[in-house]
Design a protein around this ligand. Structure first.
Ligand code: ATP
Length: 512
């Protein structure tokens, strides 16, 4: 199946099984805003718990906070967001559609890459075992031409972006003959800067009201609480502050489902370190965060780092962790060495001294910061994409199964009485009432057992038990495994021991 079709299926699966709904669905939705349903919220909470515990529980020197979404407007002036949190946008006059100029150019670069890969694939097919890829890439005329065009474009684009040269970005779009995918024309407007922050007003009267912003990142809530936490928690450098919360960006082009949303959630951790040690910590956090992803067991080959060439105004190093989605390797998390930019700016704009006094060396300094920043929703999407499978069974039937890591699954155990009578529902409820204190259980009595198994497969429930007539005599149930579909007869008394370890977040944390 083409990857595009797979992605469409995942999106409709998310809706059909109560994971993600378009926001305001009965009003035909609201662009790039989504709601999480009964299963989605459980999965999302498990992801957040996995992250929170990996940060706050496993590190003695990391503590959490929960800061407000509304903040003093000067914070965004100090952070640079009012002046520089922009995307270059361009409109097509015929289709009236709006695009990000940088994305149009990046897609053009990707087109050259696709052409190169196509030629290489053709070569591989033609030469079979004798195929020497390196030689082919160095000598094939068409590959050479596409590579030269790609590299030249990449260089020109990087220069234009670094200088934020909007005229040059437009010229690149014209020179590359990039057309609007809707109208097919090259009737483009000039490129303009577009600030991504949402504004609103606080205060009741027009005169007394002042403009405030919905935060575009949670990080600033951490920076402005640095002194509060350091003092009240008597924290010694190095230490970290973690936070999970909503962020808002007025994204120009909302695409790819929950990959790019206007309201989303971030899990951010700012690690405060001694100046001069930041690049060592940067390296270390890259590895720590990659290990967190890999512990989910999605395959090491599905991750890669992308080190940034163009650094944000506050950074001296930056790298993304990319995950292989059905639409290619995409950023899920950013790790940034933010220098002392933010704390210094807040010191300047607020008039407060923001420094750390090191009792060992008797010196004061403004700490440097390593930030790890991951989108909950993007993480959710990567989990969904990797777990979704349409499996062909030995008997030729197909089943849709979500192979979620058990600790992330919304429901851990489905409890199914074989029939709705003869005391079986009562027995099933008895089991449920005992186990529900230990992990999330779901009772289901409607439809045949086979259909109930399929429904649980589709939401990723790792275990099902069937309560039958024998259960009433021998106190045993049939335990069915989602992945292997094997069934075994086990005593009710052993269920908790058999399941709890495998479905707890602790089992993931122990892999770190
Ligand atoms: P992108 O280049 O994709 O716009 P970014 O580099 O601006 O992302 P950061 O500012 O580094 O992203 O944000 C950290 C993380 O927050 C990202 O890695 C991503 O997981 C998440 N994120 C950022 N913007 C969005 C969005 N519009 N919707 C969902 N998640 C987002």
């Amino acid at each position: 199946m083409a990857q595009e079709d797979v992605f469409k299926k995942i999106v409709s699966h998310c809706k059909e099984y109560g994971f993600v709904f378009p926001s305001s669905d009965i009003y035909d939705g609201l662009g790039a805003v989504y709601d999480y349903g009964q299963n989605g919220v459980e999965l999302k909470n498990n992801i957040k718990q996995y992250w929170w515990q990996a940060m706050v529980l496993l590190h003695e020197n990391i503590v959490g906070i929960d800061s407000a979404i509304f903040m003093h407007p000067t914070i965004w002036k100090a952070s640079g967001h009012v002046d520089a949190f922009n995307d270059p946008l361009i409109d097509n006059r015929d289709s009236k559609k709006r695009y990000r100029a940088d994305v149009l150019i990046e897609e053009q670069i990707a087109k050259y890459e696709e052409k190169i890969e196509k030629e290489v694939a053709k070569g591989r097919k033609r030469f079979g075992d004798a195929f020497n890829e390196a030689e082919f890439r160095a000598t094939n005329q068409r590959v050479i031409e596409h590579t030269q065009k790609r590299d030249a474009l990449h260089e020109r684009y990087s220069k234009a972006m670094n200088a934020m040269d909007l005229d040059e970005l437009k010229q690149i779009i014209l020179d590359e003959e990039i057309v609007c995918p809707i109208s097919g024309t090259r009737n483009w407007t000039d490129v303009r800067q577009f600030n991504l922050m949402f504004k609103t007003e606080v205060g009741s009267t027009a005169e007394g009201a002042s403009t405030i912003y919905l935060r575009p990142e949670t990080a600033q809530g951490i920076f402005v609480n640095y002194l509060n936490v350091q003092k009240t928690g008597r924290m010694k450098i190095p230490f970290g502050i973690a936070q999970i919360g909503k962020a808002f960006r007025n994204e120009i082009v909302a695409r790819q489902f929950i990959f790019r949303m206007r309201e989303f959630e971030q899990m951010e951790m700012q690690y405060f370190v001694k100046p001069g040690t930041e690049l060592d910590w940067f390296k270390q956090w890259k590895q720590t965060r990659l290990a967190w992803h890999k512990a989910l067991g999605f395959g090491d080959e599905n991750y890669r780092f992308h080190d940034h060439e163009k650094l944000a105004h506050y950074a001296n190093a930056a790298s993304d962790i990319e995950f292989k989605m059905p639409f290619g390797f995409k950023e899920v998390e950013g790790i940034h060495s933010r220098t002392n930019f933010d704390l210094s700016q807040h010191a300047k704009f607020s008039g407060h001294k923001i420094e750390y006094f090191d009792p060992e060396t008797n010196e004061s300094y403004t700490p440097y910061v390593i930030e790890t920043s991951i989108g909950v929703d993007r993480m959710f999407l990567s989990v969904m994409c990797h777990s979704y499978e349409e499996e062909t069974l030995e008997n030729g039937e197909t089943r849709t199964v979500l192979r979620l890591p058990a600790p992330l699954a919304p429901v851990k155990l489905a409890i199914l009485p074989l029939v709705k009578k003869d005391g079986l529902p009562e027995k099933a409820h008895e089991i449920m009432n005992d186990l529900k204190f230990h992990f999330n259980c779901k009772y289901e009595e409607k439809d045949s057992i086979g259909k109930r198994y399929r429904r649980q497969d589709a939401i990723g429930t790792p275990y099902c038990i069937t309560v039958d007539h024998d259960t009433l005599n021998d106190n045993c149930v049939t335990l069915r495994n989602r992945d292997t579909m094997t069934q075994e007869r086990v005593p009710i008394a052993s269920l908790r021991d058999l399941i709890e370890d495998k479905v707890s977040i602790t089992s993931l944390l122990k892999k770190l």
